[in-house]
Design a binder for this molecule. Structure first.
Ligand code: PMP
Length: 761
């Protein structure tokens, strides 16, 4: 078929507007002005009659067969007789009662002419694709398909190169695609191969519901008609929907969610069978794959036609976006879209059965059903750039981590009282990431367990109780840790500071008591003053709950010196900051040029698998081995060790520490650039992909802009970005994404923040 593409263009009719005026008068008795409408293949004229009536005079390509025009006329008459709720063009007979007449032809080819009434409306391409409009499109297509189920015409049983069933015709041109892009379409054709067409209902379909063939009402809320039946064919009915979806996905930053809205609305009117639901996404993607293949073919036929490449860019963009999604995701979303929305039910169940002290994020809670790399996906198919999940460190659902979990879970999962290769290898590997003196590892199941154990180690080693912590610190959820977490004991419901706890000022050079960049040692003085008789100084290597505060140079060096001089132990809480996030170093304490006595780990260590670890010196470990056994049922089990090992492997293999450094620097620069245009941003700070920016109402008084920070977080969510606030004044927006975060993600984030900030009053 396609070999005729160029000849089809060559054989397109070339009538003038004067000809059209004459033909309308001669054949239809219509006095009207003529305006040529764009068409590559045929000629269409908008005919305006003085009395306001309007028609389209259609002169078909000379290659068009009469029976195809008859098919198009018949279908319009048929649809007009059905309850579709849509307005269809009426086929207007000539004065002698013909619906198709041959014109021209004396010394050239003859063309077939028809006239239809003009349907008013706005092009779907020209209006915003609101959820309401997308639903209306789904319903309109479904009603059309339902009606066409009762329509028959022999001419529709023809091979059509755009018919999705004929995708092999397009695939034949695969080798014309740039080699670097073939991987985007090959899996789609492979999935197409697997479709069992015998399971799909067949009927005649419109087959070309593209943005320019769909008209909507003035308000842009409702689809009023679907035009141009030139691609009509008898094929699997679901192809009609799939083709519309291919177009709906174009030029969408997040293509699946809008497509799912169309699917859901379609399904309400014409319920999709299981087989149709299984196939519809593959078919929609196939349409795009066919489109780029045919385009490559046409470009080769007409290399001078730059338009072909430009018009194809949106299809490539969607294909790229689709290939970045987790496999099977779109099918999953489409299936969910046809179920009822469960979020209300889930919220009610949660309220009834879950401890009420756990909050839920966002004004309108998210129902997240899938994670992949740095994105989370909600039940409606929307993708969110996850800028806060520092647990899914190497990316949500990293295949290597998932594989390690499954492999080891299928082999053995038991406690650590037996010899296991997994355990031996993992503890050796983990301690190798640390300075030599930190060589003894305890494996636990959470950051809290790690800090709880660190506290016991420090107390056993020093024979003391007291602990120094930094203002607004959080170290975990156990009794003992709440007592050393000012974030909790000084917050709502807290019972205040216990006598054994000493709180030192937050070394915050932006709004703390000393604001010079070199005030690290001055802040360390407060630690020195509190050090007498304490067991331990607990400090994060960059302060998270305190609002993404970077420690000023010299702080830990001086503080550790003072604590050790007083006989205490220095604990680095690396639960949030470890495992390469800091970029320049694998452990954030290294930024401060110190070696702690105890390091505690959690969150990223298992990429979501519940794990934690404490690493300390042989001396401290010896003090703890006082006869009482430390047994942890789950800590260090072979599955956890396999997972931990996989995480370390991925960080190394994918160069993620280096990525955190590169993208972190890039992001911070982007945020400073934003700050140069938005007064709201008072400070930007970060190390690698541990980043924050602080919102103020006044850059001199530093009046915190907490409401605005929360507003930004909620609005960013609506734009597809997940962020959260923190800090004692709730005015810091923290950014600590999976460290596979890319420069492109940083651009997206900064761009969206720009929009949100510009919208703040
Ligand atoms: N330390 C720090 C610095 C933390 O941020 C957290 C958790 N937010 C913990 C310890 C406790 O970790 P978990 O929730 O895994 O018990």
């Amino acid at each position: 078929m396609l070999t005729s593409v160029t000849s089809v263009v060559r054989n397109s009719p070339r009538f003038s507007t004067d000809d059209a005026v004459r033909l309308a008068q001669e054949y239809y008795g219509l006095r009207a002005s003529a305006e040529a409408l764009p068409s590559e293949r045929d000629q269409n004229f908008l005919m305006r009659h003085d009395a306001g009536r309007q028609f389209v005079l259609k002169i078909a390509n000379s290659e068009e067969a009469l029976e195809i025009l008859d098919l198009q006329n018949k279908v319009l008459t048929f649809l007009a007789s059905q309850e579709t709720g849509l307005e269809w063009p009426v086929v207007t007979p000539t004065r002698s009662g013909n619906l198709v007449v041959p014109v021209g032809g004396d010394d050239g080819p003859a063309y077939f002419m028809r006239m239809l009434t003009w349907v008013e409306g706005v092009c779907f391409a020209r209006v915003p694709h609101t959820p309401q409009l997308l639903a209306s499109l789904g319903e309109a297509l479904a009603r059309t398909d339902l009606a066409l189920g009762g329509f028959e015409h022999p001419a529709a049983h023809r091979p059509m190169h755009w018919d999705l069933r004929q995708a092999a015709m397009a695939r034949a041109h695969l080798e014309l695609l740039p080699e670097s892009r073939r991987h985007l379409v090959e899996p789609i054709f492979a999935a197409w191969d697997a479709i069992d067409w015998s399971k799909l209902p067949f009927s005649i379909i419109h087959g070309d519901a593209n943005d320019y063939n769909i008209l909507v009402d003035e308000a842009g809320a409702r689809v009023t008609t679907i035009l141009d039946f030139g691609d009509m064919t008898h094929t699997a009915t679901v192809c009609d929907l799939a083709i519309a979806l291919a177009y709906v996905m174009l030029d969408k930053q997040d293509p699946i969610a809008p497509a799912a809205q169309v699917v859901a609305a379609y399904h309400r009117v014409r319920p999709l069978t299981v087989a149709e639901l299984d196939a519809v996404y593959t078919l929609a993607a196939t349409r795009l794959a066919m489109s780029v293949c045919y385009c490559a073919f046409q470009s080769r036929q007409a290399p001078e036609n730059e338009y072909l490449n430009i018009s194809n860019r949106p299809a490539w963009e969607v294909l790229e976006a689709l290939s970045a999604m987790p496999s099977g995701w779109a099918d999953d979303v489409f299936r969910r879209a046809c179920d009822h929305d469960r979020s209300g039910e889930l919220l009610a169940q949660r309220k009834q059965h879950l401890g009420p002290s756990l909050s839920i994020s966002y004004r309108e809670p998210l129902h997240i059903v899938r994670g992949w790399r740095q994105h989370l996906y909600d039940a409606s198919g929307r993708a969110y750039l996850d800028c806060v999940n520092n647990v899914a460190h190497v990316g949500h659902c990293h295949p290597a981590v998932v594989e390690a979990t499954c492999r080891q879970a299928a082999l053995l999962n038991t406690n650590t009282r037996y010899l296991h290769e997994e355990l031996a290898e993992y503890i050796a590997r983990l301690s190798a990431t640390l300075p030599d003196r930190l060589s003894v590892v305890y494996l636990v199941c959470s950051g809290s367990e790690a800090n709880e154990l660190a506290l016991r180690l420090a107390r056993a080693h020093t024979g003391r109780d007291g602990v120094i912590v930094v203002e607004t610190a959080y170290h975990g959820n156990t009794n003992a840790l709440i007592d050393i977490s000012p974030y909790k004991f000084d917050g709502p419901g807290g019972r205040g500071r216990r006598p054994h706890v000493r709180v030192v000022p937050m070394p915050n050079v932006y709004r703390g008591m000393h604001r010079e960049a070199d005030s690290g040692p001055r802040y360390a003085q407060y630690v020195a003053q509190a050090a007498d008789g304490v067991a331990a100084f607990f400090c994060e290597s960059a302060l998270s709950c305190a609002g993404q505060v970077m420690l000023p140079a010299g702080y830990l060096l001086e503080a550790y010196r003072a604590v050790r001089a007083a006989g205490g132990v220095c604990v680095a809480d690396e639960v949030q900051t470890g495992f390469g996030r800091a970029g320049s170093h694998f452990w954030s304490f290294a930024e401060q040029g110190v070696v702690p006595d105890i390091v505690t780990m959690g969150k990223p260590i298992g990429n979501g698998h519940p794990m934690g670890a404490v690493v300390t010196t042989p001396e401290i470990a010896a003090s703890f081995a006082n006869g009482m056994e430390y047994f942890n049922t789950f800590g260090g089990n072979p599955v956890s060790c396999a997972v931990g090992m996989a995480v370390l492997d991925v960080i190394e293999r994918e160069g993620l520490q280096e990525n955190a450094r590169d993208v972190g620097e890039y992001l911070v620069a982007g945020l400073w650039e934003l700050a140069s245009r938005h007064e709201w941003i008072g400070d930007v700070r970060g190390q690698g992909l541990f980043v924050g920016f602080e919102l103020v109402r006044d850059r001199v008084t530093l009046e915190p802009a907490a409401d605005e920070a929360s507003e930004i977080v909620n609005r960013a969510k609506d734009l597809g970005i997940l962020l959260s606030t923190d800090g004692p004044l709730h005015n810091v927006i923290k950014i600590k994404p999976p460290i596979v975060f890319s420069r492109r993600d940083a651009d997206f984030l900064v761009g969206r923040l720009d929009t949100v900030l510009a919208g703040l009053r």
